[in-house]
Ligand binder design. Structure first.
Ligand SMILES: [Cu+2]
Length: 488
C-alpha cells in the first residue's frame, strides 16, 4: 500500500501548500495532547487512558452555557462537557460507569466493534445500571478511529442534557502538527438556562426537535488556536440528537481523511453532510500566523460559522515521517441477495405489556422493557416494524438473523420526506452506492439516508451477538425507528 498523504485541492497547492506537500511528509512533532491543567481555549479536556482503569461518574452538574442568565442542569460524565479519552491502538480500555443520576443509564461505545456484552444497550446486552450502581466496561478496540460514547435509553433526555464523551483510538504515527477534537452539539435551552422539552410530538413526527443554542465543544463559535503553516488534524463529531450539518471550511483547504473514524483514500473535502452520530476526520493546512480558518455549516441558506481556528505562534519544524495505516476490514462478498430495509412512518400504537424474557450475553434474563427504554407512541418503523412490534406478546424477532462470517447486502430505502442517519452496532459497513447524495466509497457505522433515497451498504457479520440498528435522530429512534439483528 502506498504511504499515506492527505489530498488537497489544486487551489491549495497553488496557494502555497506546495512547500508542505512537496516536502516529504511531515511532522515529528508530537500531537499536542494536554493531560493536566485547564485545556487550551476552545478545546476539551483530554485524558490518556491506555491500560489504565478510570471511573466516569454520570451526574448532574450545573454549567452556564451560551451566556444564559442561569445555570443549566447538565448531565455529565464528571464535571466537564464531553470528556475526551485517548488510547493508542491495541491498548485496552477499562471504564467504570458510576451512576449518580436519578434514573438508570449505561454506556454505548458508538462505532467501536466491542464484544456484545460491552455494547451498553439496556435489556439487550446488559441490565441497566441503576442509580447508585456501577458497571465496568472492558475491551480492546479492534481498530483506530474517532468514536463517542453515550447512554442508550431515554436517550433524548440523557444525551440532550449532555451525557456523552469522545473516545479516540490513535492510528499510530504523529503525522500531524496538532490534533483537535471538535464536538458539534445544540442545546434545548430557555433564556434562564433551563432545559426545554427534548421530545416533542411535532419534532418527533418530522425532522426532530432542534436546539436553541448551537455550540462547538460547549461554546458558542469558539476561537481555537492552532499552529501556523501546519498540517492539523480535526476530528469533527456530530453529537447532536437532531441537526444535520453540511460541514466545510473557509480560509483553508481541507482533506477528508476518515469517515466515522475509518480512513479512506484521502481526497479534497468540499462539504460533508454530517448527521447525528456521524464523524469525519479532516486535515487542514493552516495559514500563516494571524490567519483564520472558519468551520462553516452550509446546510441552511445562510451559512453559520461554528468555530474559528486562529493560526498563532511559530510554524512547526517538520521532519520526515510517513505512515501506512489502512485498516483492512473484512470485504463483504457482493454476489448474494440484496435485502431491502424500508424506513417509513408508522402510526401503530405499541403495547409493552407481556414481553417475553430475553437472555443477556452474561446468561441472565430479563422480563420486560421498562418505560425509560420504550415509548407508548411509535411514529417510525424499519421494514414496517416499529420497536417493539405491535401486537406481539414477545420481543420482536430479529430483523436479520445472520450466521457469523456471512456477507450481508442491504439497501436502505427511505420512503419518508425526512433524513435518517442509520447506525449499526458492532459492525462497520461499506457504503457502496446511493441514489441522491454523492459520496466516495467508504466505511462507516452511520450513514445518512436522504429523503426518498436508496443507499446500499454491505458488511461481513463477524461479531456475534444481538445488535441494534436504528436512526440516530434520537426522537426517531425513541419513537420506533429501531430494530435489532442477531449474529450467531
Ligand atoms: Cu430518523
Amino acid at each position: 500500500m502506498p504511504p499515506f498523504r492527505p489530498a488537497f485541492t489544486r487551489r491549495a497547492i497553488l496557494a502555497g501548500g506546495a512547500a508542505i506537500l512537496a516536502a516529504p511528509l511531515v511532522g515529528c512533532s508530537q500531537s499536542t495532547v494536554p493531560v493536566a491543567g485547564a485545556p487550551p481555549a476552545g478545546r476539551l479536556r483530554e485524558t490518556r487512558i491506555g491500560g489504565q482503569a478510570i471511573t466516569l461518574t454520570a451526574q448532574e452538574h450545573p454549567l452556564t452555557l451560551g451566556g444564559r442568565s442561569g445555570a443549566t442542569p447538565t448531565w455529565l460524565y464528571g464535571e466537564e462537557l464531553f470528556p475526551v479519552l485517548r488510547l493508542k491502538r491495541d491498548e485496552s480500555l477499562e471504564v467504570t460507569l458510576q451512576n449518580q443520576l436519578s434514573e438508570h443509564t449505561s454506556i454505548h461505545w458508538h462505532g467501536v466493534r466491542v464484544p456484545n456484552a460491552m455494547d451498553g444497550v439496556p435489556y439487550v446486552t446488559q441490565m441497566p445500571v441503576k442509580p447508585g450502581e456501577n458497571f465496568t466496561y472492558r475491551f480492546t478496540p479492534p481498530g483506530s478511529g474517532t468514536y463517542f460514547f453515550h447512554p442508550h435509553c431515554n436517550t433524548s433526555v440523557q444525551l440532550g442534557r449532555g451525557l456523552s464523551g469522545v473516545l479516540i483510538v490513535e492510528d499510530g504515527d504523529p503525522q500531524y502538527d496538532d490534533d483537535v477534537v471538535v464536538v458539534l452539539k445544540d442545546w434545548r435551552l430557555a433564556e434562564d438556562g433551563s432545559f426545554l422539552p427534548f421530545l416533542t410530538a411535532e419534532g418527533a413526527g418530522r425532522s426532530g426537535t432542534y436546539g436553541t443554542l448551537r455550540t462547538v465543544n460547549g461554546m458558542v463559535a469558539p476561537e481555537i488556536v492552532v499552529p501556523p503553516e501546519a498540517l492539523v488534524r480535526l476530528r469533527l463529531l456530530n453529537l447532536d440528537s437532531t441537526r444535520v450539518g453540511d460541514i466545510g471550511f473557509q480560509g483553508a483547504d481541507a482533506s477528508l481523511l476518515a469517515v466515522d473514524g475509518n480512513l479512506l483514500a484521502p481526497q479534497p473535502l468540499e462539504n460533508w453532510r454530517l448527521g447525528p452520530g456521524m464523524r469525519i476526520d479532516v486535515a487542514v493546512l493552516t495559514p500563516a500566523a494571524g490567519g483564520r480558518v472558519s468551520l462553516v455549516d452550509f446546510f441552511a441558506a445562510e451559512p453559520v460559522i461554528l468555530a474559528t481556528f486562529v493560526a498563532a505562534g511559530a510554524p512547526p519544524r517538520r521532519e520526515v515521517t510517513e505512515f501506512e495505516d489502512r485498516i483492512a476490514f473484512s470485504e463483504p462478498d457482493l454476489s448474494g441477495e440484496l435485502r431491502q430495509l424500508r424506513l417509513s412512518a408508522s402510526a401503530v400504537p405499541t403495547d409493552y405489556a407481556g414481553l417475553a424474557p430475553i437472555v443477556l450475553p452474561d446468561g441472565s434474563t430479563i422480563d420486560l422493557l421498562d418505560s425509560l427504554c420504550s415509548t407508548s407512541r411509535t411514529m417510525w418503523a424499519i421494514d414496517g416494524k416499529p420497536w417493539p412490534q405491535n401486537g406481539h406478546e414477545h420481543l420482536p424477532p430479529p430483523l436479520l438473523d445472520l450466521k457469523r462470517g456471512q456477507s450481508v447486502q442491504i439497501e436502505l430505502v427511505n420512503t419518508t420526506p425526512h433524513l435518517h442517519p442509520m447506525h449499526l452496532h458492532g459492525h462497520i459497513f461499506k457504503v457502496l452506492s446511493s441514489s441522491k447524495l454523492q459520496r466516495p466509497l467508504h466505511w462507516a457505522d452511520t450513514v445518512l439516508v436522504m429523503p426518498e433515497e436508496r443507499v446500499q451498504i454491505a458488511f461481513v457479520a463477524d461479531n456475534p451477538g444481538n445488535w441494534m440498528i436504528h436512526c440516530h435522530i434520537i426522537e426517531h429512534q425513541d419513537t420506533g425507528m429501531m430494530a435489532w439483528f442477531r449474529v450467531t
